[in-house]
Ligand binder design. Structure first.
Ligand code: ADP
Ligand code: MG
Length: 248
């Protein structure tokens, strides 16, 4: 997409994560600049979600440095709730509040975290619902929506916090195939507008068209990375070759 500036948005250095005796991440180094779209690929269980979850401390690192927009996540002065609101997360399973309307799902953070008035929050939310193509669903409830619509609400909810970066964890993996496109289109629009995005996905066309950089994680390390053209035309790493052979 090439909207990247020189400003570092995420800096991960020598990130290690262990669950009990199993070391899942064995020294991940990753820098993401403002406006960059980075796609993370890797086999199931390779630690992709763990990397994303470490970026807003949904998961605690074992060792290593993680800096988001200049805030070292483990510096004593860092307000983790602030950093968390700067790094939005979109999950495979949407994680909408089922008892809240679409509008309330989008406004809840604006009211509770950003301390907006109800009227201001509603206005922002309605604009965002328009942006994701759901202006007429404000008063619906999540169980009245398709998976694709739910995921677009989740994206609107994330955008409501004006995040500096959005982390997407397999946002289309739970969707029926015919609903994948509408979600990818919204993501593509965000990328075009310059949103910084880290996207775990198996959608290779999205990676090819939208990513500035593609990263392949396996066995706890980054095995290969590059711009999409180079990455896909020259998968020199044998494990990547094997992976691409299975998913493409
Ligand atoms: P991916 O997203 O690439 O499929 P994950 O990051 O979810 O992989 O998981 C990487 C590995 O860490 C897997 O082997 C998984 O079982 C393990 N794991 C993830 N979360 C936990 C946890 N909370 N406790 C124990 N093991 C975990
Ligand atoms: Mg995962």
């Amino acid at each position: 997409m090439n909207n990247a500036t020189h400003r570092p948005m995420i800096e991960i250095r020598d990130l290690h994560k262990r669950f009990g005796d199993t070391e899942v991440l064995k020294g991940i180094n990753l820098s993401v600049r403002q406006g960059e779209v980075v796609v993370i690929l890797g086999p199931s269980g390779s630690g992709k979600s763990t990397v994303l979850r470490c970026i807003n401390r949904l998961e605690e690192r074992t060792s290593g440095t993680i800096v988001v927009d200049g805030h070292d996540l483990y510096a004593p002065e860092t307000d983790i709730n602030y950093v968390r609101s700067e790094a939005g997360m979109v999950f495979q399973q949407f994680n909408l509040f089922p008892h809240l309307s679409v509008l309330q799902n989008v406004t809840i953070g604006l009211v509770k975290v950003r301390r907006k008035s109800r009227a201001e929050a509603d206005a922002i939310a309605l604009k965002l619902l328009e942006k994701v193509g759901l202006p007429d669903k404000a008063n619906s409830y999540p169980d009245q929506l398709s998976g694709g619509q739910k995921q677009r609400v989740a994206i609107a909810r994330s955008l409501a916090m004006s995040p500096k970066v959005i982390l997407f964890d397999e946002p289309t993996s739970a969707l029926d195939p015919e609903l994948v496109g509408e979600v990818l289109d919204v993501m593509k629009k965000l990328a075009t507008e310059g949103m910084t995005m880290v996207v775990v996905t198996h959608e290779m066309n999205f990676a090819r068209e939208v990513a500035d950089r593609v990263i392949f994680i396996d066995q706890g390390v980054i095995q290969q990375e590059g711009d999409p053209a180079t990455f896909f035309s020259n998968p020199s790493n044998p494990r990547l070759k094997d992976f691409l052979g299975k998913v493409v």
